[in-house]
Design a protein around this ligand. Structure first.
Ligand SMILES: NC(=O)c1ccc[n+]([C@@H]2O[C@H](COP(=O)([O-])OP(=O)(O)OC[C@H]3O[C@@H](n4cnc5c(N)ncnc54)[C@H](O)[C@@H]3O)[C@@H](O)[C@H]2O)c1
Length: 319
């Protein structure tokens, strides 16, 4: 089976490619536009080291896209390329919308022309906005960020392409994914960087906000299991949460980091960003029913694994 992963020099894409390449014929592509330059460079080195098939392509350029992929017959596309992140979508709203919508449409148009029937694409917990109801079917998306809006738009586009062109798809609503080679713009990574640089860690609001922190391996395993289930299906259109069902506070995260690092650090409180939701909590009922699996790696274990990687690849100064 042939699979194309877009955004494969990104955090989730790289880990997924590295895993799936042991089972399928996988090609990765990316335009190397991540704002996380440091980790993208490390991932590129790993792509070379692991001899993963990689094509540099900008999905916003439709002409280029057809030229690069026309001869390939993919059975599945896993579309992870995007400008991710709530904060950056406030600084660069036009770029976020352009990138996350144009690349999405170009990819679906490519799929129609090249008879690719199956697309899994990255949506996000950001589509929920401020709510207590994190069930895919019962809650109406109510995003509070431009980034969240771009993901809701992706879900509607997927529905439209399914109706018009019978493209099967699953929108994967990921919840705060973290781990080795993760994005250095995310809080857990920024905290270690601040501690390393003897700076205060920046806490937005207070420490009561909560996230379903999801370790990268749980995401990779879930997607692999989904491929195995959906490769046998003729027609489908789904939205699925993939996140750790345990929602943990920022206070928990800071405590865990305190237990891991060997140096003292201080905290600085800054105003909460309205575009950051107060809480996310993944409801995995649907996912578990389909693949008999749900993300389960605890924040304690995941942060221990992340900090081991950080110690080896970034700096051992604080341990
Ligand atoms: N990491 C998370 O916590 C999280 C949570 C929810 C959703 N998501 C979504 O999952 C996906 C992967 O996230 P990630 O954390 O790995 O992000 P990432 O930034 O590490 O990876 C995205 C990759 O897409 C590439 N890219 C961007 N625009 C492109 C374009 N036009 N053409 C080709 N490549 C392009 C970037 O260079 C980058 O390598 C994204 O769609 C993101 O919105 C991530």
């Amino acid at each position: 089976m042939r699979i194309l992963i877009t955004g494969s020099a990104g955090f989730i894409g790289f880990h997924l490619h590295k895993h799936l390449h042991n089972y399928f014929d996988v090609t990765g592509c990316d335009n190397l536009s991540s704002v996380c330059k440091f980790t993208q460079k490390l991932r590129l080195q790993e792509i070379k080291k692991n001899k993963l098939k990689f094509i540099r392509v900008d999905l916003n350029n439709a002409k280029n896209l057809s030229k690069k992929f026309n001869n390939k017959k993919f059975d599945f596309i896993i579309h992870l390329a995007a400008q991710p992140g709530v904060r950056i979508s406030q600084i660069q709203p036009v770029k976020t919308i352009n990138n996350n919508l144009v690349s999405f449409i170009n990819l679906f148009e490519y799929a129609i022309k090249n008879k690719v029937r199956n697309i899994f694409y990255a949506s996000s917990s950001s589509v929920y906005g401020n709510t207590e109801n994190f069930s895919e079917n019962l809650s109406h998306p109510n995003p509070v960020s431009v980034y969240g809006v771009s993901k809701v738009a992706n879900e509607y586009l997927a529905k439209t392409y399914n109706f018009l062109n019978k493209i099967n798809s699953i929108g994967l609503r990921f919840f705060t994914v973290y781990g080795p080679l993760g994005r250095e713009d995310m809080s857990y990574y920024k905290f270690l960087n601040s501690i390393k640089n003897s700076k205060k860690i920046e806490i937005y609001g207070d420490k009561t906000s909560k996230r379903s922190f999801t370790y990268i391996d749980d995401i990779v395993i879930s997607i692999h299991k989904l491929i195995n289930v959906y490769k046998k299906k003729k027609s489908y259109l789904e939205i699925l949460n993939i996140g750790n069902s345990e929602s943990r506070s920022l206070e928990d995260l800071v405590k865990i980091i305190k237990n891991i690092v060997g140096v003292k650090f201080r905290e600085k409180y800054v105003e909460r960003n309205k575009a950051d939701v107060y809480k996310t909590s993944s409801n995995n009922f649907k996912l578990n029913k389909i693949i008999k699996f749900k993300p389960k790696i605890s924040l304690e274990k995941g942060m221990y694994l992340f900090s081991n990687w950080y110690k080896n690849k970034v700096s051992d100064k604080i341990f």
